[in-house]
Design a protein around this ligand. Structure first.
Ligand SMILES: Cc1cc2nc3c(=O)[nH]c(=O)nc-3n(C[C@H](O)[C@H](O)[C@H](O)COP(=O)(O)O)c2cc1C
Length: 205
């Protein structure tokens, strides 16, 4: 699908056909696209838990303020951010000259090593970029999606056995939308959100 069509057609869908399913092959195709997302130093701060089991989805719904789309969708993806991804330099840069690995490792330790805020910011940034890729990849493959932050992260981490070096950053429901029509999108005007040259400059009009 053309990117312009994807952008128009992706919507946050809340009502799903609960009889629709998503296969492992569909997931492989989706996530093969998702992992092409960019990340700082290519550290790939993401991890995903895909829950299709009905009982698990209902537990997740309980941790998500009872929002019905969590139990009705075909798969719930909990997007996680890896807090200590800066420790993965040797793995990611395997095959590069030693001096390159040492240099990147040194810079990463400097930026993230003793800075929990920076670790958390980067985990959220990296995993959120991947979440956006997932929503576009889903639409491209004929699936609907809905991003969600309305959940208790501690409860979700416990239900899904998420280890403490990962934080759940977003829940994305995937499936086949059941609505014939969605309300129109509303967005702030471009001249309010895009400023030219400086924040104090003119709005784009
Ligand atoms: C970070 C984030 C969290 C969201 N959380 C929820 C949520 O918990 N429940 C929900 O129904 N929609 C949620 N949404 C969907 C937004 O309401 C939706 O993206 C927005 O209204 C724009 O609509 P559109 O995505 O169809 O363009 C969330 C969206 C984002 C990006």
């Amino acid at each position: 699908m053309e990117f312009s069509a994807l952008v128009e057609q992706r919507r946050s869908v809340k009502n799903y056909d609960s009889s629709a399913t998503i296969s492992d092959d569909q997931l492989k195709s989706l996530f093969a696209a998702v992992v092409k997302s960019p990340s700082s130093f290519n550290l790939q701060h993401w991890g995903f838990v895909v829950s299709r089991d009905q009982t698990l989805k209902e537990s997740l719904q309980g941790a998500a303020w009872g929002q019905p789309q969590v139990a009705a969708c075909s798969a719930v993806v909990v997007v996680c951010g890896k807090l200590d991804a800066y420790q993965d330099v040797a793995q990611i840069f395997a095959g590069a000259p030693d001096e390159v690995i040492q240099k990147v490792d040194g810079v990463c330790q400097q930026i993230y090593g003793n800075n929990e805020q920076a670790q958390r910011d980067e985990a959220i940034r990296g995993s959120t970029l991947a979440a956006m890729s997932l929503m576009y990849a889903a639409k491209d493959q004929g699936l609907d999606s809905g991003p969600m932050i309305g959940f208790d992260p501690n409860a979700v981490a416990e239900i899904l056995d998420i280890p403490s070096n990962y934080i759940p950053t977003m829940m994305i429901v995937l499936g086949t939308g059941a609505d014939e029509e969605l309300p129109p999108q509303s967005r702030k005007p471009l001249d309010e959100v895009v400023k030219l040259e400086k924040f104090s400059g003119n709005g784009l009009s």
